[in-house]
Design a protein around this ligand. Structure first.
Ligand SMILES: O=C(O)CCC(=O)C(=O)O
Length: 262
């Protein structure tokens, strides 16, 4: 297996090549400073609100996190700027190179590590796909670095080349993980078979926020049930691509009386 991860690049062609070659790519400076700042403020505001209201954190605890870690769900409904992340042209280009079109947005959630935080369980994102897995990835993640991702503050750690094994990790699997370090504003796209987890946050004063856009081939159920949980204004102002990504515009599956809903 390849022992390294590709370096962050500014070149979209290079990124597409890295994604094909390594199952992962990183594009530095994918978000403008203004969008990054707007997203950062909205995300930390939502996270603070959730903490103040004691919103459920069970998923994070089930996956090996402790209470220093915070998951924010349904990020798409929390502020209009998050729409720009979901349908960011570069993200969609890279995702389409893996999944084709149409695809579905399964989820947009944030994961925030906190000082002293432990690591997450090692996993591959297509864990719900029965084994043996098909020989092509069934999904891909577009992760937005809202803060600098460093080895110290819990940057996501990957097992390079593990997507080629085409199976989930076993609970006792001995592996070497490598942190994907990338500056705030970077986009990291990775194949859903690539093994990874949140790293330990060794800092005493830094949170590390990542927003994870989970996309799948259109035959899978979305992780977030958009029809129940999406703020209606997102649908009201959605672009054609966004309607497809959310499953409101469709062909074949998810029909209403044999036709695509509106
Ligand atoms: O927070 C991270 O670095 C990774 C999160 C993750 O692996 C996940 O949500 O599946």
């Amino acid at each position: 297996m390849a022992a390294r991860l590709p370096e962050p690049t500014n070149d979209p062609d290079r990124a597409e090549h890295d994604l094909r070659e390594h199952g992962i790519c990183a594009v530095a400076g994918a978000l403008t400073a203004e969008t990054l700042e707007t997203a950062r403020r909205a995300l930390y505001g939502a996270a603070d609100d959730d903490r103040a209201r004691g919103r459920e954190q069970k998923f994070a605890l089930d996956y090996g996190h402790d209470n220093t870690n915070q998951r924010v769900w349904n990020v798409l409904s929390r502020a209009p700027v998050f729409t720009d992340l979901v349908e960011h042209p570069l993200a969609l280009r890279l995702l389409r190179s893996v999944l084709g079109w149409p695809m579905l947005l399964g989820n947009l959630s944030a994961n925030i590590t906190g000082p002293g935080g432990g690591e997450m369980l090692l996993h591959a994102d297509q864990i719900f796909v029965p084994t043996p897995w098909p020989d092509q990835p069934q999904g891909a993640n577009a992760a937005w670095c809202i803060d600098d991702f460093t080895a110290d503050n819990g940057a996501t750690r990957f097992v390079p080349g593990s997507h080629l094994l085409n199976r989930p990790p076993r609970p006792d699997e001995q592996v070497v993980t490598v942190p994907m370090e990338a500056p705030a504003g970077s986009l990291v796209v990775f194949d859903s078979r690539l093994w990874h987890h949140t790293g330990n946050n060794h800092t005493v004063d830094q949170r590390r926020a990542g927003i994870f856009g989970w996309y799948t081939r259109p035959i899978y159920r979305t992780q977030e049930n958009w029809f129940l949980s999406l703020d209606p204004s997102v649908r009201q102002f959605a672009s054609d691509d966004m309607l497809v990504l959310l499953g409101y515009r469709t062909a074949g599956l998810g029909l209403v009386n044999g036709a695509s809903p509106a």
